[in-house]
Design a protein around this ligand. Sequence first.
Ligand SMILES: Cc1cc2nc3c(=O)[nH]c(=O)nc-3n(C[C@H](O)[C@H](O)[C@H](O)COP(=O)(O)OP(=O)(O)OC[C@H]3O[C@@H](n4cnc5c(N)ncnc54)[C@H](O)[C@@H]3O)c2cc1C
Length: 479
Amino acid sequence: MAGITPTSKIIIVGSGVFGISTALWLARSSGYSDVTVLDMQDTASAGYDPLSGVDSASADLNKIIRFSYGSEIEYQRLATEAGQMWDEWNAEIAATPLEELPERLRDGNRKLWWNAGWLRMSCTDELGAFELETLKNMEREGIRDLQFRSDDDADVKRAKEQGWAHKLDPCRRQERFGTHKAVLDSSAGFVYAYKSCAWAQYLAKKAGVKMILDPVRGKVLDITSKENRSVVNTADGLEHSADLVVVAGGGWTPSLVPEVQGLLETTAGSVATIQIPKDRLDLWDRFGEENQPVIAWGSRQGKEVYSIPRDENGIFKIGWRKTKWTNFENVGKRRISVPKTAHVTEQKETRIPTDALNGIKEYIELNFPELVPLGISSTRLCWYTDSIDNSFVVDFVPGRPGLAVCSGGSGHGFKFLPILGREVVKILEGRGSETAYGRLWQWRSSKENKRNGLEEGELGPRVLSRQTMASETDWKFAN
Ligand SMILES: Cc1cc2nc3c(=O)[nH]c(=O)nc-3n(C[C@H](O)[C@H](O)[C@H](O)COP(=O)(O)OP(=O)(O)OC[C@H]3O[C@@H](n4cnc5c(N)ncnc54)[C@H](O)[C@@H]3O)c2cc1C
């Protein structure tokens, strides 16, 4: 389809990372004057805080930021550019008067991005093959210096010189197990996710983006077309017509755009938290970002657990990535996987499967036994939008003039919040085939590509209704 121009009327469905970054770049950097974001959740009032009742992949406490992407050079380049912008956002916020900041950024910590390091820790007495391959790639890319191998004397010496040595073995595995194999990536860290989205939304509003964030007025029921324009029907009975509708609905995208079936699928990651009490100064210090890196444990070794340093309220988040769950329901005449969350969906869910909870408990018992007496404090399913090849999908929908999709975060989209929209705008302007990202994120089919579990469908082993769910009584550890 012909691309948009700055006078086009554009509606974006979804105020998560993909929607808000697109809105920001349309209005702030490309001069688009008629951009409206619709969301069925009031992400503005709740400040994207998952503890205040927002359910989306973007509405989270914190997310991992890494710049190394193995052999995926386009993502590595974009992540590196995003990194510079995260630095700029930190500086911009620090320079903004407190009373001008969005509410969520007035309280507590105002820094979004924390360069706490990322420790990729083996669960055996060897580094995995993928880790060794990644190090070789980094050597080739000239970024090996940012990495410290825990078993390499020269690396340990450099880590000491550069103030990273105390993060090489935060679980004291060498002392406790007589072996510890890990690589610390000193370029990585984490962001406060809800504060980052609140900041991006504030910038978009300042640039003139209109927002309808409301469970009725902002809830999109379906998208049709009339006289070659897309028409969005909202739950208040109104029709909103636009030159272009961009669906950035995260895990709800397949419900709104049937054409993505076979290309995108909604799946859930399992997350738990442990509340560290403020009066436990020993733990408070150990799990703060000054001493604790982001950790990935047993990646591609069958464990797939990660943790992020405690936040300013003492919440230590642990995630289990080994299996991504599906939840099949009827949507119109289709049976597709849709989110089942704590607040937004009709059927509420705050539990995670027992397999996931056990994986998280094993990680804690082996690596942080001092947290065992505290027990798990909460669990949550957090919904991904997976694509067939883990690459994003940003393109016009074939056969649907005036409709585009911007989704497929596949568990790694958050870090691109400051920059993603720049590339999306080029695609929406019809210049996608000229750019590396336009080609990478274009509409594609699964015929010869990796299918990423999408081929399993409702008979597959990771369907949520077939799992045993963990209850609160399981949150305690056995000893
Ligand atoms: C468990 C987990 C861990 C992750 N960890 C990381 C990480 O460490 N680092 C990283 O870079 N990335 C990570 N990601 C990926 C990242 O979070 C996502 O790529 C990104 O947040 C997706 O944003 P989104 O805008 O596509 O979707 P969402 O954040 O889900 O937003 C979609 C929005 O659309 C709205 N919406 C949906 N349907 C409708 C409708 N009908 N009407 C109106 N509004 C609607 C929703 O209310 C929601 O606000 C992780 C993802 C998950 C699930």
